[in-house]
Design a protein around this ligand. Sequence first.
Ligand SMILES: [Zn+2]
Ligand SMILES: [Zn+2]
Length: 424
Amino acid sequence: MAQSQQKEMESNVHIADTPITARNWHKHVNWLNVFMIIGIPLYGCIQAYWVPLQLKTAIWAVAYYFFTGLGITAGYHRLWSHTSYSARLPLRIWLAAAGGGAAQGSARWWARLHRSHHRYTDTSKDPYSVSKGFVYSHLGWMVLKQNPKRIGRSDVSDLNEDAVVVFQHRHYLKVVFTMGMVVPMLVAGLWGDWWGGFIYAGILRIFFVQQATFCINSLAHWLGEQPFDDRNSPRDHAITALATLGEGYHNFHHEFPSDYRNAIEWYQYDPTKWTIWLWKQAGLAYDLKQFRANEIEKGRLQQMQKKVDQKRALLNWGTPLSDLPVMEWEDFIEKSKTKALVAIAGVVHDVTGFVDEHPGGKAMIKAGIGKDATAMFNGGVYYHSNAAHNLLSMMRIGVIRGGSEVEVFKQTLKDRSSLQGGIY
Ligand SMILES: [Zn+2]
Ligand SMILES: [Zn+2]
């Protein structure tokens, strides 16, 4: 009885939640995905050995790479995952067809995972979390089975309203077969290279588009700078941008996901942004969303400030004022007789070891000993540099009660004590 109960409990545990062992590893593998993203490309590579690459077919394969790649970056990603702009019906059909040709699942499936990725970046609910390693974020998450309950929830109800997305999702296999294999083959067939079209513009081109997209999940969370926020892994790098049709400015993208741009500088490589802009000129796209430059600069400045603060914390700035002992003015005068003490802005500094080194000469500094030298230090005699201010704060030893010699207060005390017969 106990044994059967245990078996039942085990069968309720998703395979992804059990450790990989020599006996169960094959159950962890998603064999369909392995066939799609490793098996088919491997077959293409082997076939390429026998099929000579014609120049026309090569040009067509590269052109079709950009066409289907843009289906992912401008369609699946910036339009459907982030609604960073709106597209008219012909453009949506075009993008659903092109994106389908990239063989990366339906737009609806892709956007759902991508929205979870943004919402739960780097956590266990992130479907392709880089915190599980570079290879996992690149393709491990597809090669190994995942427990669907683990992936963070995201809302794609808006996509259910888009007839193009719904149609593409329902007829996905037909779309991927037609756009991924048949079209590249038919076009190359125009110059008689059917088989070359199938291998180069079909299979191998799919392989490169897939790998480029996978780089957004791996490389863009691993290589580069973090000018906007360093709490999570996304990074900006020109090399990632080159490989991904401009999706390499990923730190910016995670910070401002509904901006139709990934690169904000004119000289940065973002062909996806340029294409969306051209579609706008052609009347196919509208309502391109852009964060205000003021808000973007705020983010950049806050991150810079954080870095500066971190560096600042590494240096010794002298004992903090709040940690210094409080001294009476008389105390300060008394101690000045044995040590070279100067009071500047209510803070007592021991300059004993510095008298001989003072760039302005011994006499100058000695003139301030046992006195309030605030005016002397702050421009009364000489306008001291930042370096001098910093050096001075390293010599702090105490603060004076009341900030300086408080004559009025002392006079009041004297008057009171004489009135009360010296009791005070
Ligand atoms: Zn990301
Ligand atoms: Zn995104």
